[in-house]
Write a protein that binds this ligand. Sequence first.
Ligand code: BGC
Length: 736
Amino acid sequence: MSDIPEAEVARRVETILAGMSIEEKIGQLTQIAGAPFFPGPEPEEVIRKGGAGSVLWLNDTQKFNALQKIAVEESPSKIPLLFALDVIHGYRTIFPVPLAMASSWDPSVAERAQAVAAKEARAAGLHWTFGPMLDIARDARWGRIVEGAGEDPCLGAAMAAAQVRGFQGPSVGTPDHVVACAKHFAGYGAADGGRDYDPVYLPESRLRNVYFPPFQAAVKAGVGTFMSAYMDLNDVPASGNRFLLHDVLRGEWDFQGFVVSDAMAVGNLVIEGFARDGRDAALRALSAGMNMDMASGTFSENLAGLVEDGTLKVADIEAAVRPILAIKVRMGLFEHPYTDETRLAQVLAQPENHQEARLAAQRSMVLLRNEGGLLPLAKNLKKVAMIGPLADSMEATEGSWMVFGHTPAAVTVLEGMRAKLPEAQVTYAPGPEIRREIVSFFDDMMPGANAKPVQTPEQAEAAFQTAVATARAADVIVMVLGEKADMAGEAASRASLDLPGRQEELLKAVVALGKPVVLVLLNGRPLSISWAAENVPAILEAWEPGSEGGHAIAEILFGDANPGGKLPVTCPRKAGHVPLYYARDLSHQPEDHPMYRSRYWDGPTTPLYPFGFGLSYTTFLITNLKLATSKVKVGSSVSVTADVTNTGSVVGDEVVQLYIHQRASSDSRPMRELKGFERLTLKPGETKTVSFLLGPDELGYWSTNAGKWVQDAEYFDVWVGADSTATLCAEFEVIR
Ligand code: BGC
């Protein structure tokens, strides 16, 4: 059904539109909830009248078909529904969370993962996923950092395009794929104080140079839909923001798809103190460029009245409907509205889906420390203790943003270790439990989520002592600590970045036993593990690795896989240091200045681990940095090459990263900016040459002073290395 010529799609859309009443047109702009927890009229009733274009929060193939039957047989114009859901990192086979996938620095990991997710979701009857999330996040307090690709626009743009290709295939309507949705446009990750939904203030230069590139990359990759963000951007809610939804998205980027609001966001324009009432909210959202109202009912309640009294024209409504119908035409829904209910079980059971998930998990993990080569562990271990509240947690292993109705079914770290060491004694003690102090409203929606009674202090103490005793009886201890899945994600911001609960205390008690300790972290945001970074010999950042997480972790711990992931975020020493990111502007007293003192007097402000950092079981040397020319004209490109050699004794991966700095300019420019990267596998002793191209896209930027995109004729520094502190350096000049 893909690749229907543009003109043919447009012709069919006009034919459909010509037969529709104004109520039905408004219906297409309305997305309704299929969830039983959601108040409002029965979906069947609304659909029968042609009052809905799309249904969300439903994950039931039979119900999809039943609702679709009503839409295509009983509604006036018989227009099929689009079924939408958040399929963020897997439908049934769960992949590492997006922040983890970004740690692979391998866009093909994200592309393959989302292709599997799309295939499973499509077989279930879904047409449209609310992903990828493309919000740059430089503040780890913000819980939704887990859903994105981290702090950097270059890495973020590469991951954005890869995910769009994975979800959609080469174009909207490719069989076994779903429509993607680039969200949340835009700036959501920069919420004041890292508090989810709070206002965002970002100057235009920051928006255009940092926050927009992943979204623009998604448009270039052909993304079918966008989702507006919840919060105020520079005092204008993103869901009523014409600059974002009209001027930039349609005007500058020529986006041809449609925009859906975030859930309830059109109605919320009233709560936010922007719109006077629902009528005003509907008018302002539609006028800003919103096509579809997610779940608030504000469009369906108010648009007809606005047309009747002449405030809006029918043509305004039709303009909003067209791209929605176009997606339905491209998806082939008019020809094939139903889903084959017998297929799902076969698609979900594919062993190759799990194989992909395992590989993705291996490639996503970041080795943060390995003193004395403690890792990889020997396979002839006799007694291993698995300690920590997450060691046997399926839920923490699969991570945040589960598909609606999904039951966690991951291989836990404990299970992975036991499978790897069938002959050994692998003991387990969780220690004291960890919990959110304030329960998530998402947990409230899930029956039974908070059913477990809270551990009393006495029970916690007993669990603590059991854990220490279990560790004492072992030869090697693997501690699995971090955050539970509901501690990151939406409405899951934190004021602290420490290990929650008594985990660090337990870690200290276990390390004090003087035995080899490996720390495996399961978490959705970087944590300030300053004590561990100095006192625990081996630390593996496994993030939330998905269904196959436990196997992948065991494979890494025993050296069957060599870790090669790198941090997509700067890891701060303390929560008080955020936002901390590598691409800062220089100050009048930069780090190499004689007067430089730490920015805070109560400790170093350098990151605990820098952006781009990650170790391997082998070592690499990056040398021979060469530029094809030392002078390049504005508008032309310079090629940069370097050699990377595996200087160790095992096969391993290095991510070679290229950073630039412009020495003087129309505006101040960041001290370093990532402009290229490549993950390579090298055998011991092997050398490969990597090459990058720096052209106007990499060397230009949006200037506050000029009020436009510029490329200056200036001197540049260029570094190539293994993380954002790379020292191998060269220079070149851009000339007119
Ligand atoms: C989230 C979106 C999500 C939507 C639908 C909202 O609360 O912000 O990311 O796609 O719900 O579930």
